[in-house]
Design a protein around this ligand. Structure first.
Ligand code: GDD
Ligand code: MN
Length: 419
């Protein structure tokens, strides 16, 4: 608290040099060696606006992704200030236009504290993409990501930084290693799921990481820049994605430092993690195996499509065989039911992070019906052309048509339904 005046970032904003001596008497000049390097503007006598501007970015950017974390932000920043005393750092809150006004609050804070800023994203949702955007906006030497809800223990950040400075490629706050415990704030089922995910990702990365699901890590910005273009923007599992990509680039020799901590209970607000995030995680694994050619959402979309076939055949059998509807009506009913279940599943699973609710749920459903009708048209046309020109036998033509409609529906619903 006392350090508010002591922080250097914001010199430009407030239009003058900052006083680096804090009210508790400590001087922070040590961590900011040259005052004129810190966002100070040197003006020529004649110029009205600055001609040269020198600014040394902080050493560490701490990215805090938020969605409805209003009551967590200010106390988190205070905890970070205490934990990182003596280290030149900034906090980058990346908020997806939370209804509770987290972004506004973060911006208010940024006006008081030069080392806080906020990226306010509108019309987008997603933890991974928020982390990526936050790190991409940094010009510091090191970047870290930490949850806003105080579940990650910020006091290990200096140790994480030391480990990376000492040569590790990435430091991971780990809930399981050594003294790190997962008992507090973690339900039994989440724990079991996490253990399974850990095993799976161990197979995938060839690394024995005790907590690859962590959302708490630190690395040189240069490494982030190397892997950023290939990262999936979907889902929760950014760290795993980074590790797989970085490990590939390092020829399997990525050095990971695990720093144990005990997972705390959420400070305020509620979790956005759901069982469905687990499905997204499985999608990420397949996506990784296919080296990103198949995006996670496409795989989930296809999986949902496959479930739709089962639903369709089930309803068709029921209507035609059991209830005695005529074939055309049975087929129509089956199509409608399957489209509806597909829509609901995609909304819950594939696009959990863009989930449509309320009125938008219904307009989304309507657009989904329309797109799928065109998809069916595309399906039948492609299959017929292939079959009639003797380019393929009936089975291959049928499969090609089905693939065509999945690709079509996927691409077009991304444009119109889940924008
Ligand atoms: N910007 C943005 N957009 N932030 C988000 C979004 C989003 O769509 N969804 C979640 N967040 C933020 C939350 O506000 C929080 O700061 C952080 O991401 C983690 O979300 P929680 O809702 O607290 O997730 P959790 O505690 O259940 O998940 C924990 O365990 C996961 C692995 O099991 C976290 O540590 C995750 O980071 C971790 O991946
Ligand atoms: Mn949490």
């Amino acid at each position: 608290m006392a350090r508010e005046i002591g922080w250097g970032h914001g010199g430009v904003k407030r239009g003058g040099p900052k006083n680096f001596a804090s009210s508790d008497g400590a001087c922070y000049a040590g961590s900011r060696p040259a005052l004129q390097n810190n966002k100070m503007i040197s003006m020529t006598a004649s110029a009205e606006r600055p001609e040269t501007q020198t600014w040394t970015p902080p050493k560490l950017s701490v990215v805090v992704p938020t969605f409805n974390e209003r009551d967590n932000i200010a106390p988190l920043v205070e905890k970070l200030e205490a934990a990182l005393a003596g280290i030149d750092f900034e906090v980058i809150v990346v908020d997806d236009n939370s209804p509770d006004g987290t972004a506004e609050l973060a911006k208010d804070l940024a006006r008081q504290k030069g080392h806080v800023r906020c990226i306010h994203r509108v019309g987008r949702r997603g933890l991974s993409s928020a982390c990526i955007e936050g790190m991409a906006s940094s010009s510091a030497e090191y970047v870290a990501v930490i949850d806003a809800d105080h579940q990650h223990d910020e006091t290990i950040l200096p140790e994480m930084l030391r480990r990376v400075e000492a040569g590790a490629d990435i430091a991971v706050g780990s809930r399981y290693n050594g003294e790190g415990s997962s008992t507090e704030g973690f339900s039994k089922s989440r724990q079991a799921g996490s253990t399974l995910a850990t095993k799976l990702s161990g197979i995938l990365t060839g690394k024995t990481l005790s907590d690859p699901m962590s959302g708490f890590f630190l690395m040189p910005r240069a490494l982030f820049n190397e892997v950023a273009p290939g990262l999936s923007r979907e889902g929760f599992k950014i760290l795993l994605d980074i590790i797989v990509s970085a490990n590939r680039r390092r020829g399997g020799k990525l050095v990971i430092a695990e720093v144990p901590y005990s997972f705390r209970r959420r400070f305020a607000g509620e979790s956005k993690m759901s069982a469905l995030v687990v499905a997204q995680f499985l999608g990420l694994i397949v996506s990784q195996i296919s080296r990103g050619i198949l995006p996670t959402s496409f795989l989930l979309f296809s999986l949902v499509g496959a479930s739709g076939v089962v639903v369709h055949l089930g309803v068709l059998t029921l209507a035609f065989e059991v209830l005695g509807f005529n074939f055309a009506n049975s087929q129509l009913l089956a199509t409608l039911v399957a489209m509806t279940t597909n829509y609901i599943l995609n909304n819950e699973l594939t696009y959990a992070d863009k989930k449509l609710r309320g009125r938008r749920f219904w307009t989304g459903l309507l657009s989904f019906y329309i797109v799928c009708s065109f998809g069916t048209l595309a399906n039948v046309s492609v299959a017929s052309v292939l079959y009639e020109t003797n380019a393929a036998n009936f089975l291959i033509a049928g499969i090609a048509g089905a693939v065509m409609s999945v690709v079509f529906n996927y691409a077009v619903t991304r444009m119109f339904t889940w924008r």
